[in-house]
Design a protein around this ligand. Sequence first.
Ligand SMILES: [Zn+2]
Ligand SMILES: [Zn+2]
Length: 150
Amino acid sequence: MAPSRNLDNTAEKPDVSGLLKDAGLRITPQRSAILELMQSLAGEHFSAQQVYESIHTTHPSMSVATVYKTLRSLTEAGLIREIRNGDGASLFDGNTEPHHHMVCRKCGKRIDFYVPANVLNLDDAASHARFRLEEVHIELTGLCSDCAAQ
Ligand SMILES: [Zn+2]
Ligand SMILES: [Zn+2]
């Protein structure tokens, strides 16, 4: 059951139609629903399966394939970000600002953090390895405060 919305607070509901339009995407109920979910839970990171399960309660007719397709088009439009997870399933992030992640090895919680990546001379490191650097994404592994307290 969704919490009732305070009608005076329009900032609570992101303007997903405006975002889709600005990105040059056609507004479809599927895109609106998924983008709204990811915008309203900014700071969360979802697998496609988790998106499907969250959306399923309100949009029972949306198939897994549609969820995948929609996530791909939102990623290509730059409205969400895909975090490739090695061989594992990708995660999708509603936070499109360049940022990095601290990942709890116990509960899997993923915490956004911001650091200027250029302090690490990654361009130099990449060029020494003749690696064509496309994106910098730093992932720290450790324990979140909850897990560390146990
Ligand atoms: Zn944890
Ligand atoms: Zn993130």
